[in-house]
Design a protein around this ligand. Structure first.
Ligand SMILES: [Zn+2]
Length: 349
């Protein structure tokens, strides 16, 4: 099985179109046609992880953080990014990253944190508008054919929104003659625009059928940043923070003042989630679990919520388990290894 089959599958789970603008998720090094010998899963594709991949016979490294974010101008091994890329190329190792696209789906990085903390009734904290609508026109007898072609590209995350295909009959005109035709409208996930348009072009017997595309304001509840959920039983603040530290294997939990009430609702965001604090407060979270908080930002808790900074690596480390679950559920033809390297650059005394 080649690299492309696996990366295509991972992209049905976390479509690249859902990554943030600054991101660089995708196949960063390697040939999509390479036959997969073994896969190494990690949070950061460091040199140590690559060495481990070589030792274990893996030629594909699947990471959460992209090793390359911006253009590289030289390859003389002066920094770790260049050395990792050079080592990968020298050893025929592909590096693939699923980053903010995996942060932004309801079954991704944040769902894993919720699962670890035992949260229920979970939902996306800040859903994104990622739906679009299109209109197309066809002969009346083609409606069923077009409808089933559209519904064939319907999954949970991508494709056509369930129940959104609607056909209305009207008067079209061609060559000066008015004739009945059907206007088909459909809502779809932005990430699948190419597939939806291609499907309609191929299925319609008209050459170059009219396809009008427009943005809509609807929010997709399963795509967006952070998550919020509830504990099965309210917990005292200190009990919760101790549980948090233990469960997330945190070297330390930096938190704001306790507020003297039980913890019930918990908002989470793996990595640097500070931008979601207002959402967490607005939605009644008692605590916001995230990372990368700076001194002045802690003041923003303002006695309305407890901010608990558990560390970036700590918050996202179980993403490796998540990759493993996705991949081993679907493929059994190659070995999948979870890295034994702790790539956390932060140590605690
Ligand atoms: Zn991260």
């Amino acid at each position: 099985m080649n690299v492309r089959v696996l990366t295509n599958y991972l992209e049905t789970i976390a479509p690249p179109a859902y990554q943030e603008s600054y991101d660089n998720a995708g196949l960063i090094v390697g040939d999509p046609n390479w036959e997969i010998k073994g896969v190494m899963l990690c949070l950061d594709s460091t040199e140590a992880v690559l060495d481990e991949a070589i030792k274990k016979g893996c030629n594909l490294v699947v990471a959460h953080h992209p090793i390359v974010f911006k253009g590289l101008k030289r390859f003389n091994g002066k920094n770790y990014v260049e050395r990792v890329v050079m080592k990968a190329i020298k050893n025929d190792i592909a590096i693939y990253a699923s980053h903010t696209n995996l942060d932004n789906v309801a079954h991704g990085v944040n769902a894993k944190i919720c699962e670890k903390l035992g949260l229920t009734n979970t939902r996306i904290l800040s859903p994104k508008q990622k739906l679009k609508k299109l209109y197309t026109y066809a002969d009346i007898n083609e409606v069923e054919h077009l409808r089933s072609a559209l519904l064939s590209i319907n999954t949970d995350m991508v494709g056509v929104v369930e129940g959104s295909v609607y056909a209305s009959v009207g008067a079209g005109s061609s060559n000066g003659a008015v004739r009945p035709e059907v206007r088909l409208e459909v809502n779809y996930h932005q990430a699948s625009e190419r597939d939806v348009v291609r499907t309609l072009q191929e299925a319609n017997s008209r050459i170059n059928p009219v396809i009008d595309i427009m943005p809509i304001e609807n929010i997709h509840p399963r795509i967006g940043s952070g998550m919020i959920g509830e504990l099965t039983k309210p917990m005292a603040e200190t009990t919760f923070l101790k549980m948090l530290k233990k469960t997330m294997l945190a070297g330390c939990v930096k938190h704001t003042d306790l507020l003297g009430k039980k913890i019930n609702k918990v908002a989470v965001c793996g990595g640097s989630g500070g931008f979601l604090l207002k959402q967490a407060i607005r939605q009644g979270a008692d605590v916001f679990v995230t990372a990368d908080y700076k001194y002045h930002e802690f003041f923003d808790a303002d006695s309305q919520i407890i901010i608990a900074d558990i560390g970036h690596y700590e918050s996202e480390q179980f993403t490796i388990e998540l990759f493993n679950e996705f991949i081993t559920k679907k493929f059994t033809t190659f070995a999948v290894h979870l890295t034994s390297v702790n790539t956390n650059p932060v140590n605690y005394l």
